[in-house]
Design a protein around this ligand. Sequence first.
Ligand code: 13P
Ligand code: SF4
Length: 303
Amino acid sequence: MTITEVQKEILRLKKEKDILILAHSYQSRDIIEIADIVGDSFALSVKAKEAKNKTILMCGVRFMAETAKLLSPDKTVLLSSPLAGCPMAEQFSKEDILKLKEENPNAAVVCYVNTTAELKTVCDYCVTSSSALRIVKEIPNEEIIFIPDINLGSYVKANVPDKKFTLLQGGCPVHGIITEQEALAAKALHPNALLLVHPECKPEVTKYADVIGSTADIINFAKSSEKKEFIIGTEISIVEYLQFECPDKSFYPLSTKICCKDMKATTLVDVLNCLNGTAGEEIILDDDTMASAVRCINRMIKM
Ligand code: 13P
Ligand code: SF4
C-alpha cells in the first residue's frame, strides 16, 4: 500500500468507527494529515474531553494518553504505539515524592504534565510548559517542590523570586543535551533569525532565546510574527510542521539532535492497525488512581 492508500483507509475506518484521532505536533507529517486535532499535550487532552466521540486514539506518548483518560474517564482512550513513553515522565517514583513531601511539609508539589498518572496522584498542582509560570505565581504556598524537569523548574524559579524552590535532577534527555556552543553556532549561522526555545532546554541555552515557550507558544509566535526567519529550539519535527504551515518563512533547527525517538515511535501503519483492533493499547487506570491523579490537573484547568 502507498502512504496515500493507508491514509485513505485510516480516514474510512475512523469515520466508520467514530474514533477521534489526536496527534501531538511532534508527530510525523503523514500522521498530522489524518488527525482530527493537532496540538500540544494539554490542548489535546482538553479537546478529547470536549469531543462527542466515545473513542479517542492518541498519537503521541503514554502520559498524553493517560492525561486524556483522566479528563475523559467515560471514553475509551487508545495509545497507537504502546512503545511510546516519555523517559522524563518515569524518572521519579511516588515514594521519592512522598519522602520529599515529608521533608518539606509546607511545600506544594507542582508536577509538569510530563509525569505518569501514578506520580500525579501525590502532586498538588499540574502545569504545562505554557502555564507553569502563571500557575506557580498563583499558588499560595511559599515553598514549591517542582518535578521532574530541572530546566523548566529553573526557568520558573528565575521568574518567581519570592518563592523557595526544591528542584530534582530530572529532565528531557532530548532537549536537555543542547549546549550553549550549539546555540551560539546556530545564531552565527542564521544571524537574521529569531531563536525560539522550549524551556526544557538548559538555562545556558534559553538565555540566548528571543522567545522561551511551549510547543504551542513557539508555533503561535512563529505564525503570527512579522519576521521571516526562525531557529527552532524544540523537537525537530516542529521545523517541518512550521515549514508546511508558513511556506513564506524559513525555519532552521537549533540542532538536529533534538529528535525524540518516543515521539517518532508511532508510524502511520500503527495508526491503521490500532483502528483495525490489531495493535495499540487501551489505557486502563484503576478508580483510585483516576480520582487522585485528576485533582492536580483540574486545579490547573481551574487556575
Ligand atoms: P508540550 O507540552 O509543549 O506539548 O510538550 C510536550 C513535550 O513532550 C515536550 O517535549
Ligand atoms: Fe519526553 Fe522529551 Fe520526548 Fe517530550 S521530547 S516526549 S519531554 S523525551
